[in-house]
Design a protein around this ligand. Sequence first.
Ligand code: HEM
Length: 500
Amino acid sequence: MLEIFDLELIGKPAILGFSVTILAVLLVVLYGSYNVFLHPLRHYPGPLIWRAFRLRYVISIHRGDFHLRLKEFHDKYGLVVRVAPNELSYADGAAWKDIYGNRPGHPLLQKNPTTFQKMNPNDPKSIMSPDEDAHSRMRKAFANAFSEKSLKDQSPLIEGHIQGFMSQLKSRSGKPIDLVEWLNFLTFDISGDLSFGESFDCVKNGKAHTWVEIANGFGRGLAIIATVNLYPPLNKTLHYLLPKKLMQRQMDHREISAAKAEKRLAMDTDRPDFVTPVKKFNEKRAGIQPNEWSLNMGIIVFAGSETTATGLAAIVRELLQNPGVLARLTSEIRERFEEERHITIATTGNHPYLDAVINEGLRIAPPAVVGVPRIAPPGGVTICGRHVPKGTYVAVNQFPANRLERNFRYPNSFIPERFLDNNPKTDNLTAFQPFGIGRHSCIGMKLAFAEMRLVLSRLLYSFNIVLADPKDRWDWGTQPSSMFWVKKPLRVVLRKSGRT
Ligand code: HEM
């Protein structure tokens, strides 16, 4: 009779394969069980499979629904959720200070080393890198470029770009256009001019410059890099894992950035941009090293453009979907100004309802949709009154925090008034930090606000805006995100208001 386990018949390789599979399954089960039942974070709530393995988290990031899953989990489990074996997501206003602030007597929480890990050890450092010493040196060097005084000096340049943008839109009035695309053109032209000494001319040409086109795919590339880095030693093979086309485009991008940075640095000029103040700083102290310019300028262009364009696109969409708010803001703007040319960065600065609309847009659609996790230091740290063991990744994730009923009444509705007469019992503004806090908070916040105020004021003064398709209405949060929002078009028709 044939024996079921006749070794001769089954063959040794098959048995070996079978045993290895069993062993692997056993190890995976043991690893998952350890994470759920014995891990120091076992008392933190969260979905079982996410607590057991990080893979589900990674899949969600690549599907683009990470922000939505986080929102679901915070609704179900509360203000702190364990979203991976070693990661906690917070939607609690108090967590901002505990994670990102400088608390006397507490060690600093550094950026996790995986999200912005260098692809090559010889790559220069940037203002976004997790190295705190390099960050502090660069932040000091760039500080003057983003001061109130610098913004005032840069205003004519920014206003000139917005003038060009308005002219292009006026020549297209009455016809449907995609405002997401045009806002992107504008913000990249402004940041490009302030960083590289010349505009990308996207607005002028009505199409994205190659640099901008490549940068628009950054979110996807960053998501791949950040998640592969979570699985050492797999990250050593990142060069082979990334699609060849993506790698080539990244190389092209670096080359264009290097050429542009070199050209700007060679200019003998005092033009009011981001470079002049840093060059002056460099004369007295070690600021930005020669090999660090190009990477930093590229990062600043991208960080300043993608976010501001997203904020503006979201705000315009919310205005068009909320006619009451649109009517009030439009009439306030048209009452404030007699002529379009009076609308400037300086004159749009003191308009409480406009600022409330901007803040509400950033709440509903935070451009930094989820946070860059920080890492709990040796000895652990107390966050929101609970101990978090060393090595844990921790982040306040803006989308779930801003859309949580516990933080904001009617969280999915666009209600700027919550920022005018704030009632902390119904709207917890400590949870709302669109620009982050602490030493890594947004260096470009003033500039972003200036751009958003001016663009919105000019658009609503000069145009009556409608959705090209009145049925094209949906919640901003239903779009996918891949580190940044993957924005759908905002097709609108602009009709001249008669005030131009
Ligand atoms: C609506 C527009 C913007 C939003 C919502 C935004 C949001 C943020 C957030 C949340 C951070 C902190 C990231 C972290 O802690 O990990 C950040 C950092 C940063 N942002 Fe912005 N940003 C905006 C516009 C800008 C602009 C206009 C610029 C410059 C032109 C800029 C340049 C930067 C830089 C360089 C950093 C890194 C700062 C550091 O680590 O010291 N951002 N931004």
